[in-house]
Design a binder for this molecule. Structure first.
Ligand SMILES: Cc1cc2nc3c(=O)[nH]c(=O)nc-3n(C[C@H](O)[C@H](O)[C@H](O)COP(=O)(O)O)c2cc1C
Length: 251
């Protein structure tokens, strides 16, 4: 014998119970909301409490629905933003995978990259890692943290760097943005191998990167953060280039 009829009757009985409960609740509510009953209740403290609780309940339910309705849209938007950031620093011809799904997370608490863990997005073609990209932070900009994204090829050469967000002063520190000046492009092709340790600074400090007139702090901090990013990549190059498998985490 199949268990289907049994299942059906269980569902039916649960449905009947629920309907009965809803009907009795409705009945009570109708009685409770009768004008003469409300008149009677109005002077009582309970009445105000119930009204307040009712409004709070309705507001919470509405908020819950609004949260549910917007959660997916926000998540989708964040992913789109991240994807477009990564696409700016890794040329499309270098990969045929989904960068957002092929990641390796490394512990970076002591690397001063702005977070305890850094997610590397692996750009793979036919299964081989051709490049990586990652977000990191210059925590000590003039006006606050500067959020960056950088793409590196297998040899640790910079494919691109972009400023994602910052609080630097318009007209002074904001020339780190590609929209304001081409300064950030001066990192393309640079690596720890073709620029010496001392040269990884702004010109004012003996390096090769331009500062801005009247604003040295911002570019200095960005150059130093990029250098730290390159050093971190170098220290983990092997595991990034030959990951054991996709989305994984490593010490
Ligand atoms: C209101 C104000 C805003 C500033 N904003 C920045 C900034 O965003 N980035 C920056 O590097 N310097 C900024 N500066 C200038 C710095 O205080 C500092 O003088 C400069 O970075 C040093 O560069 P210099 O050695 O080329 O003069 C600002 C100065 C003032 C008065």
């Amino acid at each position: 014998m199949s268990s289907e009829p049994l299942k059906e009757s269980a569902y039916q009985s649960a449905g009947k119970d629920f309907k009965a409960f809803a009907a009795s609740l409705r009945e009570k509510l109708v009685i409770w909301l009768k004008p003469e009953h409300l008149e009677e209740l109005r002077p009582q403290l309970q009445y105000q409490t119930y009204i307040l609780a009712g409004f709070a309940l309705v507001a919470s339910i509405l908020l819950g629905f609004a949260d549910l309705a917007t959660k997916n849209a926000i998540q989708h938007r964040l992913e789109e933003d991240l994807k477009s950031n990564l696409e700016e620093v890794v040329p499309a011809e270098l990969y045929d995978n989904n960068l957002l799904l092929d990641t390796l997370t490394l512990q970076s608490a002591s690397a001063n990259l702005g977070s305890a863990q850094t997610v590397f997005y692996l750009a793979k073609k036919e299964g081989q890692v051709n490049a990586v990209s990652f977000k990191f932070v210059a925590p000590d900009g003039y006006a606050g943290p500067i959020n960056l994204v950088m793409g590196l090829d297998r040899n640790g050469e910079i494919l691109g760097v972009r400023v994602i967000s910052h609080m630097e002063t318009p007209g002074l520190g904001d020339k780190i943005e590609i929209k304001k000046s081409p300064w950030i492009l001066s990192f393309n092709g640079k690596s720890l191998d073709n620029v010496t340790y001392e040269e990884w600074s702004v010109k004012k400090d003996g390096g090769i990167f331009d500062q801005f007139s009247g604003a040295t702090i911002t570019p200095r901090k960005v150059v130093l953060a990029i250098k730290r990013g390159l050093e971190f990549y170098k220290a983990h190059r092997e595991e990034l280039m030959n990951p054991v498998h996709g989305s994984t985490s490593s010490q």
